[in-house]
Design a protein around this ligand. Structure first.
Ligand code: IDP
Ligand code: MG
Length: 139
């Protein structure tokens, strides 16, 4: 069974959109198997965005995701990664279709409301950064 890590980013948290975003993902037939609110520290953020460490926006990205509390979730189901990526829409909200999370809620490339894992392998790595095995439920 495939899993994906979802983060509700600070811009969406500020606008009280966590529930709306999680509800959209639950309606896709995916199972919510772990969830927590946390204020990520720089070390966690740097690891989470390690694939981008050589990009010019890496520092800003780490500062942004650590700027306020976020909600982290694990969703499980068939094609969870691709299903969530489709529901999120394009990285840049200006290019994301209406009806997608970023198309409807995103404010800018940085303030794009949501993170979703980009592959099943990266999902497992990301999930392990945010959750211990006892915090993930099968039911
Ligand atoms: P993704 O979130 O759609 O997987 P990634 O390419 O993995 O997109 O980038 C991670 C995050 O970094 C994006 O969600 C976005 O907020 C931010 N980002 C991506 N490209 C840029 C950029 O060119 N400038 C500033 N921020 C960017
Ligand atoms: Mg990505």
């Amino acid at each position: 069974m495939e899993r994906s890590l979802v983060l509700v980013k600070p811009d969406a948290m500020e606008r009280e959109l966590a529930g709306a975003i999680i509800a959209r993902l639950q309606k896709l037939g995916l199972k919510l198997v772990a969830m927590k609110m946390l204020h990520a520290d720089k070390a966690l953020a740097r690891k989470h965005y390690a694939v981008h460490k050589d990009k010019p926006f890496y520092g800003d990205l780490v500062n942004y995701i650590t700027s306020a509390p976020i909600v982290a979730c694990v969703f499980e189901g068939k094609n969870a990664v691709e299903t969530i990526r489709k529901a999120m829409g394009a990285t840049d909200p200006a290019k994301a279709e209406k009806g997608t999370i970023r198309g409807d809620y995103g404010e800018s490339l940085e303030r794009n409301s949501v993170h979703g894992s980009d592959s099943p392998d990266n999902a497992e790595i990301e999930i392990n950064l945010f959750f211990s095995p006892e915090e993930i439920f099968g039911y």
